[in-house]
Design a protein around this ligand. Structure first.
Ligand code: CMP
Length: 139
């Protein structure tokens, strides 16, 4: 099966009208979009999605931010897409993210408790399959 990753356009990206620009960059790189759905996150999905960050100082603000508006959940497919999307996204901190990346070109520090960094991308094949199952549950 081709490699897949879960991308989220976070509430800041949706609010700022950057969903199309972000999808454009994924497609322009040559990856295929196989699912795109605007969704409202729930506390339950976020607790599972961000389980590894539970207990960190930014955890509560992160969950609150992710509940502040709809997210665009996306499955992208292609050889090397997990690392490739993370490279497109740039560094977690939008101030440090290189120009040419989504966060470097479109993001900034807003002086908030949580980095509002526009996108999420899975970090391994195991996380990708787990996260795709969370955001696109099969009946
Ligand atoms: P993401 O890759 O979705 O995973 C965890 C998120 O927490 C991250 O993007 C940022 O939005 C946020 N985050 C990570 N590290 C920090 C930090 N040091 N301070 C504030 N927010 C952070």
């Amino acid at each position: 099966a081709p490699e897949r990753t879960l991308v989220l356009v976070k509430p800041d990206g949706v609010r700022r009208g950057l969903s199309g620009e972000i999808l454009r960059r994924i497609e322009a790189k040559g990856y295929t979009l196989t699912a795109v759905e605007l969704k409202n996150a729930t506390p339950d999905v976020l607790a599972q999605h961000y389980a590894e960050h539970e207990g960190k100082p930014f955890y509560a603000p992160l969950v609150e931010f992710m509940l502040s508006g709809p997210v665009l959940a996306v499955v992208a497919e292609g050889q090397g897409v997990i690392a490739g999307f993370r490279s497109l996204a740039g560094a977690t901190d939008p101030t440090a993210a290189a120009p040419g990346t989504i966060r470097g070109d479109l993001g900034r520090d807003w002086g908030l408790k949580v980095q509002q960094n526009l996108v999420h991308g899975s970090d391994s094949p195991e996380s990708a399959e787990r996260e795709i199952g969370l955001w696109f549950p099969q009946p």
